[in-house]
Design a protein around this ligand. Structure first.
Ligand code: G4P
Length: 525
């Protein structure tokens, strides 16, 4: 096997998604602990005083709020594999950024707080995984403390997301006294032991069924009965269903005490597919061992005050990346020297020398490179564009100090390119008072904060009355413009968006004017 194929087969590229407080940060930290990439206590993902620190958070706004808005990537070894964990923003609004990160992942782990189950604000995120057919592992976290009945949680996942959980491990013990798990299939009992502050791996003891029945008593019986029930309803893992995003292998555990973390990481290695050949915009696959190609899924400027620059994150799709190689930027046809290529481990940057399919690299000062762009060597390829999301929130933005208009204008263009928000313009009004469009209102706050702090342009936002958008064409534009409660604005890429005040109004227009072109945008609720 060639080096590239061999290396690609060792890669597992995945993201963790959850609602805030379900334990994503803690679990990320424990993944690093089990991967040997984090020694106990040192450089923890979370600072000791409870405020977020090193790994994911960089912006002041994030620190003030204690939330994670931007995402980074963590690479660590586990067994004989190389795991690429793409961090997703953890705030409650579903954001486009998360979606784009998911576009670069081969699977996601959905972390749920066992006491809360699925929370409505993040439902959409899970639905997006299902809609995209992204393989999904489920981790029921916080089993060390009182929570809901596991069977009830399974029902909820099935009915609310429409993905069938297939339990791979099952908890033994009462709420608050989590003893261990039964490994479904082998029917072995793995008993966990706590360690001080969960700072080292949880010791595991393999206990046979007879001894488990004797020592764990009624909690063992309860778990066995529940498993019989699951067998009866056929909640079994089938690889094809998992890969199609129809079913989700489910693991129980506690990120705090490390219980079940090992099983979850083993599942990443054993179940998550390694990178497969990507298709170009015409559906032609590019072999993994073809010359280098990569897809930009995220652009981030001014990540760190010490380095005022712009990083384009790229997932390697084929071939071997070697630092210093000159690649072609597909959209502009220009050569791009990759002298400054980094892996970004939280805040820390390390120069990357070589990368393989599934790996993520950060190209520093990639001025012209935008989200969705393709970079290649030797053999040209254009990858399908990362689609923009259907916005649901709209706000007009103005600079409040007219002397700062220039800064405002370049700031808006920058945020648009980074995909922080979508910027919609009226052809006549241009940049005077553009409309910002977002999937979640948090995107507006980030835009305002960055315009004021990075670009020195004070702004005010006034919410607009629209709530739904459709893509339209030139032929329909005039008729739509003449209607009340409708506006037509342009994205920088030339896309025409028709905005409507309410979904009911839109429905009525669609009914009464079937001739109008009103195409749905992706991921509408
Ligand atoms: P997030 O990134 O998804 O927002 O969640 P995070 O890991 O920050 O966890 C949120 C809170 O839940 C933290 O408590 C964390 O310690 C706790 N937690 C995470 N996993 C578990 C678990 O398995 N069991 C229990 N009992 N708690 C868990 P905190 O009080 O906000 O912070 P801290 O002071 O404990 O660090």
């Amino acid at each position: 096997m060639s080096e590239v194929l061999d290396q690609a087969a060792r890669r597992r590229t995945f993201a963790i998604i959850s609602h805030p407080d379900a334990g994503k940060t803690t679990l990320t930290e424990k993944c690093l602990l089990y991967g040997g990439a984090l020694s106990a206590g040192a450089g923890a993902v979370k600072a000791r005083d409870g405020r977020r620190s090193a790994t994911s958070d960089w912006m002041e706004l994030e620190q003030q709020r204690g939330i994670s808005i931007t995402s980074t990537v963590l690479q660590f070894p586990y067994r004989d594999c190389v795991l690429n964990l793409l961090d997703t923003p953890g705030h409650r609004d579903f954001s486009e950024d998360t979606y784009r990160v998911l576009a670069a992942a081969d699977a996601a782990i959905m972390v749920l707080d066992s006491a809360k189950g699925i929370e409505p604000q993040t439902l959409k995120l899970f639905e997006v995984c299902r809609d995209r057919g992204l393989p999904l592992l489920t981790f029921l976290n916080k089993w060390d403390r009182p929570g809901r009945e596991p069977l009830e949680l399974i029902d909820q996942i099935e009915s609310e997301i429409g993905v069938s959980p297939t339990p791979m491990t099952w908890p033994v013990g009462i709420s608050g006294d989590f003893r261990g798990v039964i490994e479904r299939g082998s029917n072995q009992f793995i008993r966990f032991e706590r360690t001080a502050r969960g700072s080292t791996m949880a010791p595991e003891e393999l206990v046979d069924a007879d001894r488990a029945a004797e020592e764990e008593g009624e909690w063992w019986e309860k778990a066995v009965e529940e498993l019989e029930l699951l067998d009866a309803v056929g909640a079994n893992h089938e690889r094809d269903n998992f890969l199609a995003g129809v079913s989700s292998p489910l693991y129980v555990g506690s990120a705090l005490t490390n219980f079940g973390v090992r099983h979850l990481l083993d599942a990443v290695v054993d179940l998550v597919p390694s990178p497969s050949p990507i298709e170009d915009e015409d559906g032609n696959p590019r072999a993994l061992d073809a010359p280098f190609s990569g897809m930009v899924f995220k652009v981030q400027a001014n990540m760190d005050k010490a380095h005022r620059d712009r990083i384009a994150y790229l997932r390697v799709c084929s071939g071997e990346f070697k630092r210093g190689m000159v690649v072609t930027h597909d959209r502009t046809g220009k050569p791009f020297a990759t002298k400054y290529a980094h892996t970004v481990f939280g805040r820390e940057r390390e120069t990357v020398e070589v990368a393989y399919p599934g790996d993520v690299i950060g190209l520093v000062n990639a001025t012209d490179v935008r989200i969705g762009d393709t970079l290649w060597v030797d053999d040209p390829i254009t990858l399908p564009r990362v689609p923009a999301f259907a916005p649901e929130h709209f706000s007009v933005i103005r600079v409040t100090d007219t002397a700062k208009f220039k800064q405002f204008r370049s700031g808006i263009a920058q945020l648009d390119e980074e995909g922080v928000v979508q910027v919609l313009r009226d052809r006549q009004l241009g940049d005077q008072a553009p409309m910002l469009a977002a999937v979640g209102p948090m995107q507006f706050e980030v835009a305002k904060h960055r315009l004021e702090n990075e670009f020195g342009a004070p702004v005010e936002l006034s919410p607009a009355k629209f709530s739904v958008a459709r893509e339209t064409d030139e032929g329909s534009e005039a008729e739509l413009r003449a209607m009340s409660g409708v506006d037509v604005l342009f994205r920088a890429d030339g896309t025409r968006l028709a905005l409507f005040e309410t979904p009911f109004w839109l429905e009525r227009i669609e009914r009464e004017h079937p001739d109008l072109v009103l195409n749905r945008l992706i991921a509408e609720g």
